[in-house]
Write a protein that binds this ligand. Structure first.
Ligand code: UD1
Length: 354
């Protein structure tokens, strides 16, 4: 079988790692296409190096732009690549502009396309990611769902026949990296001279939190007012928006820091008092590491984390302060994100249908 993965943004490289390993273990010819949506080394190259992913076979070098410019540039470049490669399957990941462009290019060329992490919904149509997910699910031939909730959403939209529950590949990679870093001190704690267990790890990068200056200023000041140091692992987008509007990302308890490589991020979360984020992946990673999470959003796709008490949605400074100070949630052995072997199941499903 010839499998062609299209990736472009940081969370997709994390998901690509277990897929690339499982594909190679199964003797699958795996072609990796990098759209170039993320190009800073700390958002791209370090993931390939640290997670042992093969170098991309094709790099489209698309870079940043408005949604239409970025997605359109990917689309026009991908047609030629898919025509030349003619894989048995194109695999697209998650909900970025790279996901939508690849799904659209493949389906129009009649190349079978599978969507990994299908069926997630926030039901917030102002999020670009929600539009990308819905359109990708309806274009794809095979929907690889991470959770039962995702399976149910797809059934509600008439897509049950194309859906398979495989589990979450982020669990696969997280468990491996957790075991690698377990017992080692967090490099971030050492670098900043923090007391282990006495800081929060934060990421804020979503358009709905960064693009409105009032909202971003309120979040920065809310984080700055927390009871422990808050290390903001600042995505270039939040740095650019804060600079444009004169908002300080280092104030009070808040310390802006460059993004971390994946193993260092996991070590930092493991050694923290909690996570404050708007990232989808980090909400789940915190849950899987049993670190309390506060999510700075109106809703989440990962509802299991909230239902099990490990994640709380908070939007105002007061809500964020109350959520981070809450008592540790009840322990649970629930495993809504699978058993850490989702990638092998994905490859097996694709091979059966190739
Ligand atoms: C994208 C995804 C988002 C995902 C996130 C993960 C879409 C619509 N959004 O958001 O779902 O959660 O990736 O990080 O696809 N920039 C750099 N260097 C880079 C990349 C971006 O400086 O390597 C800056 C540029 O100013 C760019 C901005 O960040 O305009 C936004 O980048 P973009 O890829 O458009 O979206 P993200 O915010 O990264």
């Amino acid at each position: 079988m010839k499998l062609l993965s299209v990736v472009g943004a940081r969370p997709q490289f994390v998901k690509l790692a277990p897929i690339d390993h499982a594909a190679r273990a199964a003797g699958v010819d795996h072609v990796i296409v990098h759209t170039g949506q993320h190009y800073d080394p700390m958002l791209s190259d370090v993931f390939f190096d640290d997670l042992g992913i093969a170098e991309p076979d094709v790099h489209l070098g698309v870079g940043s732009g408005s949604h239409g410019v970025q997605t359109g540039a990917m689309l026009s470049a991908l047609d030629a690549v898919l025509d030349a490669q003619r894989p048995d399957w194109v695999l697209v990941y998650g909900d970025t502009n790279s996901t939508l462009a690849a799904a659209l290019s493949a389906v129009k060329l009649h190349v079978p396309v599978a969507h990994l992490e299908a069926g997630l919904r926030s039901f917030n149509r102002r999020m670009p990611e929600e539009i990308n997910r819905v359109l990708t699910d309806h274009a794809a031939d095979l929907l690889l769902a991470p959770t039962q909730v995702a399976v149910d959403h797809l059934a509600d939209e008439g897509l049950a026949e194309r859906t398979v529950l495989v589990g979450d590949v982020m669990t696969d990679v997280l468990f491996q990296v957790r075991d690698q870093v377990a017992g080692n001190p967090s490099p971030l704690v050492a670098e900043l001279g923090l007391t282990p267990g006495e800081h929060y790890v934060s990421t804020i990068h979503r358009a709905e939190n960064t693009d409105d200056p009032e909202r971003l200023a309120a979040i920065a000041s809310g984080l700055g007012g927390l009871d422990k140091p808050v290390v903001l692992l600042a995505h270039p987008r939040v740095i650019a928006k804060a600079a444009a509007h004169g908002i300080e990302l280092t104030q009070g308890s808040l310390i802006a820091h460059a993004p971390l490589a994946y193993p260092d991020l996991i070590a930092a979360v493991l050694g923290s008092a909690g996570v404050v984020t708007d990232s989808g992946g980090l909400q789940k990673e915190a849950f899987l590491l049993r670190v309390p999470c506060t999510t700075v959003r109106e809703e989440t796709e990962w509802v299991e984390t909230v239902e099990l008490g490990w994640n709380v949605l908070a939007n105002t400074a007061g809500e964020i302060a109350a959520a981070t100070a809450r008592p540790r949630p009840d322990e649970t052995d629930a495993a809504p994100y699978g058993d850490g072997h989702a990638a092998a199941r994905v490859i097996a499903e694709l091979q059966t249908r190739a």
